[in-house]
Design a binder for this molecule. Structure first.
Ligand SMILES: C[S@@+](CC[C@H](N)C(=O)[O-])C[C@H]1O[C@@H](n2cnc3c(N)ncnc32)[C@H](O)[C@@H]1O
Length: 231
């Protein structure tokens, strides 16, 4: 497990990073990559949408171009302060301080759930994805952006020591273990030589039925991988 896959350490990390986050972020995750992901997300204006690990609100801002209101959840109050400054504490964004692995919402609350750049910090990503499946209405979209696993051995070692980096095969395993059956994976990159992002777009299942079927190893659905470089 990487150094930052620890909730307290991630909070401390963001206490300091939050002040420069919006300046550094575009080097790895920029407007064009986010907007492409928003197209895959395909939200309708009146969809009830949750943004998990919403941070300073970079994705929340993009989501608000497509939907009327967003529920935003993050575990770092320092990151959230920056989002409050952008959107106000009460308005189109309803903020919750909380943990991706224990979402404070009832089953089937949301039409769609989005999370960008946060999964790499979660100690138990499958538990969080199970929560995403639980709070999303069956058939709703769950979109998760994370860091794609590096190809180079030296970078792999470094990546493994810091946080979760994963490829499409691992994304497939995590999502299936969390109860999802239908999903696609996309790889994006800002420019050659820069870190790649992997995005999984999945359909929520009936979480109760998925629990009941737990232990069933075979599934007929298959995930696909597309590469969307240099957007
Ligand atoms: C790289 S920022 C991503 C911010 C934003 N989603 C974006 O697209 O720019 C990662 C965020 O995930 C949050 N985070 C990390 N672990 C979390 C957890 N277990 N539950 C909720 N939020 C978490 C961090 O506090 C941080 O604000």
């Amino acid at each position: 497990m990487g150094l930052l896959e620890d909730k307290a350490r991630a909070r401390l990390f963001y206490k300091y990073l939050s002040t420069v986050y919006d300046t550094i972020n575009p080097f790895v995750w920029n407007d064009r990559m986010r907007n492409q992901a928003l197209e895959w997300f395909d939200a309708d204006r009146d969809d009830r949408v949750l943004d998990v690990g919403s941070g300073t609100g970079f994705a929340t801002e993009g989501l608000l171009n497509h939907v009327d209101e967003v529920y935003a959840l993050d575990q770092s109050v320092d990151q959230m302060e920056h989002a409050f400054a952008k959107f106000g504490k009460r308005g189109k964004v309803t903020f919750h301080r909380g943990d991706a692995e224990r979402l404070p919402f009832k089953d089937d609350t949301f039409d769609k759930v989005w999370s960008s750049g946060s999964i790499e910090y979660w100690p138990d990503p499958v538990a969080a994805l199970r929560e995403f499946n639980r709070v999303t209405k069956p058939g709703g979209t769950v979109l998760v952006v994370g860091p794609d696993y590096p190809k180079n051995r030296v970078f792999q070692r470094l990546a493994d020591a810091i946080m979760l980096f994963y490829d499409a095969e691992e994304a497939e395993r995590m999502f299936r273990e969390a109860g999802f059956e239908e999903m696609d994976h996309y790889v994006q990159q800002r420019a050659p030589g820069t870190p790649r992002a992997i995005t999984t777009v999945a359909r929520a299942t009936d979480a109760d039925a998925a629990d009941a079927a737990d232990g069933r190893s075979e599934s007929s659905a298959s995930g696909r991988l597309s590469r969307i470089p240099f957007l």
